[in-house]
Design a protein around this ligand. Structure first.
Ligand code: ZN
Length: 72
């Protein structure tokens, strides 16, 4: 009986796997990262300790909005 081994590459950011190393390299550089250069606006509901949402604007103009899903 023969055995074969296959190598899989794994994106360290999202966990995608492929035997094609180039695809995973592309995947890793494609992810938008939140850096110190991004502007983060924090929106609070009245009297709440944690922000209800975060609006993040990156230097390239991309905008992301994250909602706090934690039950109030
Ligand atoms: Zn990825």
């Amino acid at each position: 009986m023969k055995t074969i081994q296959k190598n899989y590459y794994v994106c360290e950011i999202c966990g995608r796997t492929s035997q094609n190393q180039d695809k995973i390299k592309e995947c890793q550089v494609s992810h938008r990262r939140i850096t110190d250069e991004c502007e983060i606006e924090q929106v609070y509901d009245r009297g709440k300790v944690e922000p209800r949402l975060l609006k993040i604007t990156c230097p390239d103009g991309a905008e992301m909005v994250f909602f706090n899903s934690k039950p109030l």
